[in-house]
Design a protein around this ligand. Structure first.
Ligand code: SAM
Length: 252
């Protein structure tokens, strides 16, 4: 059986012309000062920018005085677009891949383009930078030595609860993304399923109204309910066995 992705292809013979490179470029999750010098250089030097939302990335590029041909690359065209991007790489073009904010391929499009590019024999380079997962985890004050990222939980109640129950046996810290519409629901679920775990939520990280709330799920919910629950959230949940030593979050 042929298990290769439909969009994977043999690298064409382009003797003489240098191969293109796919750059996976992280962009700010709020504060534009978080763009890296290398990200700016790569965005300036690349032949194309493949973006989840060309309008949004166009505004980001404009802010930094960069003008570049933009190609849309979002969840529903990623497979088809990968074929096109590989053709461009074969012509020696370099492509910067970005998502709306943060690191591509982390709860965002990108993983498929990377896989197809590697399958086709082209080079992929990482231009690391902002990522809400890492920003929240490193600021939460919870153990960081081992962690498990689950992206977004399912929307519907029953699969959400099943997923959370299945995570009770995971030894590391849990990290997930949550929308403003379900953050209170998630805290209620944590109160029910993980009442004794320490929790930290990061809201609007790097933005003007950045806020971290730490405590048990019950304490976090009380504090959140007394203010606004607008914005974007990352939820970090400590494993039960790592709660003993408050001075060293990585100590058992
Ligand atoms: N690829 C992105 C990254 O590297 O963080 C994540 C994209 S995912 C579609 C968007 C989710 O990330 C939001 O719903 C929220 O849960 C989280 N997020 C993104 N930016 C955030 C911020 N500034 N503060 C808190 N959470 C954020």
């Amino acid at each position: 059986m042929n298990t290769r992705n439909k969009t994977s292809r043999k690298k064409p013979d382009t003797s003489g012309s240098p191969d293109g490179v796919l750059y996976v470029v992280s962009t700010p999750i709020g504060n534009l000062e978080d763009i890296t010098l290398r990200a700016l250089r790569i965005l300036k030097e690349s032949d194309y920018v493949a973006a989840e939302d060309t309008r949004r990335t166009g505004m980001l590029l404009k802010h930094f005085g960069i003008s570049k041909p933009l190609l849309s690359c979002y969840r529903f065209n990623e497979a088809k677009r990968s074929t096109h991007l590989i053709d461009l790489l074969g012509q020696g073009k370099s492509i910067a891949l970005v998502s709306d904010a943060g690191t591509p391929a982390i709860s965002d499009p990108g993983a498929r383009v990377v896989q197809c590019t590697l399958n086709a024999g082209y080079r992929v380079e990482c231009i690391p930078g902002p990522c809400a997962l890492i920003a929240a985890l490193t600021t939460a004050g919870l153990p960081t030595d081992e962690f498990h990222f689950i992206g977004f939980l399912p929307n519907r109640s029953a699969p959400r609860k099943r997923k959370l129950v299945s995570l009770l046996d995971i030894p590391g810290t849990l990290v997930c993304y949550e929308s403003r519409y379900r953050i209170e629901k998630l805290l209620d679920e944590l109160i029910e399923i993980m009442p004794n775990h320490r929790v930290a939520i990061g809201r609007e990280i790097t933005k003007m109204h950045e806020q971290f709330i730490r405590g048990s799920a019950m304490e976090v919910k009380e504090q959140l309910s007394s203010g606004s629950s607008k914005g974007e959230f990352v939820v970090v949940v400590a494993p039960p066995s790592k709660q003993k030593n408050a001075t060293d979050p990585n100590q058992d």
